[in-house]
Write a protein that binds this ligand. Structure first.
Ligand SMILES: [Zn+2]
Length: 158
């Protein structure tokens, strides 16, 4: 289980689980396993984002044909594609081949995933609430950009 991994040498000074647990059952199992092992969870970090904004951010992603690591998103001002001759181009390299991933445009699949995330009875928000009664929760507003959210997190950890 995940606990074995957390007890390896490179986790001695700390660890971070990203995207896990995803539901209440996983949260309960993790909470119990940590307790049984005498391990402490310091924080749960929750980045709060309106469901419609979250959906737009997924659907707005654009891939640059030159380099997939060039972030472009038509719904995020900070990384909006540039424009050249009235056409959207990569904001990093001016490449005019910006495409959307098919699964980013699958609204039904996104709604299903978000249905699990925003579910306060058994989903990811239920997992957060499970820990809310047990450890310090750091709630962050995910509406601003990555830089602002990072700064807010560092300020709350200090
Ligand atoms: Zn590019």
């Amino acid at each position: 289980m995940i606990l074995n991994r957390l007890q390896e040498a490179d986790c001695k000074s700390g660890w971070l689980l990203d995207g896990f647990p995803r539901n209440l059952a996983q949260a309960e199992a993790l909470g119990k396993a940590l307790q049984d092992a005498g391990m402490k969870l310091d924080y749960v970090i929750e980045i709060l984002l309106d469901r419609e904004i979250a959906k737009k951010r997924i659907m707005g992603r654009r891939l640059c044909a030159t380099d997939n690591n060039h972030p472009n998103n038509i719904f995020i001002d900070a990384i909006k594609p540039a424009e050249k001759d009235g056409k959207p181009v990569c904001r990093i390299c001016d490449c005019d081949k910006l495409t959307a991933r098919a699964d980013d445009q699958d609204e039904g699949a996104i709604d299903k995933r978000h249905g699990i995330y925003y579910d306060t009875k058994t989903g990811t928000l239920a997992a957060v609430n499970y820990f809310r009664a047990r450890v310090k929760i750091i709630d962050l507003d995910g509406t601003p950009g990555v830089k602002e959210v990072s700064q807010a997190l560092l300020a709350k950890l200090a």
